[in-house]
Design a protein around this ligand. Structure first.
Ligand SMILES: [Zn+2]
Length: 299
């Protein structure tokens, strides 16, 4: 998250806790102060206009970059916490920077005037800022215990086994290192679990897509068959239609022929009766001729 807010102060060490609290969400400010108390803040490099730092948050280690430039305080953090106008981690860094610059022994006059690379270059005899500001009392025994634990932890990580229990170290920077390593390892495991889940989901989806593709191909084949069948049916319907039309014409023709046959039959019947009359007349004529023949004397 990156935030940019107007700022009247011209040096980062002038931002005191009251000013920071005045612009913060109350809960975020409380958490920020707790982080400072628990020594979770590590200032990597700082001067009065910029700070590079890391903070061990609730879910791991976050990096911050804070700049004071052109009357604006620009803060960015690798976390995704949506707090306005800046996240708890950036606030914790400002509180820690103010705390550190307020300590007389930790702030020689040369550095308080704001030399750009003050924290790490102003004196060869000084320890790095992180140790001076946050952990003035690291014990060698704790470091040795930590290194021993770290060796076991590295082996456990290589074998993908749970990290060994943390050694009994009473707070301080070394304890913060262990918390940071544990939280990083927890996040790595969470990420692996998420990746495995995503991988399984991806495989499921690929299989589902393959099934869908098969179904689609089968449907396409069915569709083609249906199209062919439809074309055949259309062709048959056309054939039936033309046959029906031919039948209609034939029926008309048959009806016409029927009428012609009836007329011809009537004509034949009429002619038949006429012939009957003519035959009767011939018979009468023949009978008359026979009668005439009988009455005529033979020579
Ligand atoms: Zn943050």
């Amino acid at each position: 998250m990156t935030n940019r807010i107007p700022c009247s102060a011209d040096r980062l060490d002038l931002l005191d806790p009251e000013m920071i609290q005045a612009i913060s969400e109350a809960s975020a400010f409380l958490i920020a102060r707790q982080y400072v108390t628990e020594k979770r803040v590590r200032i990597v490099e700082a001067n009065h206009s910029q700070i590079s730092s890391t903070v061990i948050g609730k879910a791991g280690l976050y990096e911050q970059q804070i700049n004071l430039k052109d009357g604006h305080l620009v803060s960015s953090c690798s976390c995704s916490v949506a707090e306005d106008p800046m996240c708890r981690h950036c606030m914790a860094v400002l509180l820690e920077y103010h705390r550190w610059t307020s300590q007389p022994e930790a702030s020689p006059s040369s550095s308080r005037k704001g030399s750009p690379s003050r924290p790490q270059t102003n004196s060869k005899t000084r320890a790095p800022l992180t140790l001076q500001s946050s952990v003035p009392d690291i014990k060698l025994s704790e470091v040795l215990t930590f290194v021993e634990w770290l060796q076991h932890a590295m082996k456990a990580i290589e074998k993908e086994q749970p990290l060994p229990p943390a050694p009994a170290i009473d707070g301080g920077e070394v304890s913060a290192w262990i918390i940071a390593i544990k939280s990083l390892e927890d996040r790595r495991r969470e990420t692996e679990t998420v990746l495995a889940t995503l991988d399984a989901e991806l495989r499921d989806r690929k299989a589902y897509a393959a099934r869908l593709t098969q179904q689609l191909q089968a449907s396409m084949a069915d569709l083609k068959t249906a199209q062919v069948t439809t074309r055949d049916l259309e062709h048959e319907v056309d054939t039936y239609r033309s046959t029906l039309m031919k039948l209609g014409k034939l029926t008309q023709e048959v009806a016409q022929h029927d009428e012609q046959i009836r007329m011809a039959a009537r004509e034949i019947l009429d002619k038949g009766s006429h012939f009957d009359k003519v035959a009767t007349s011939f018979k009468e004529v023949a009978a008359a001729l026979q009668a005439v023949a009988k009455t005529t004397p033979e020579p």
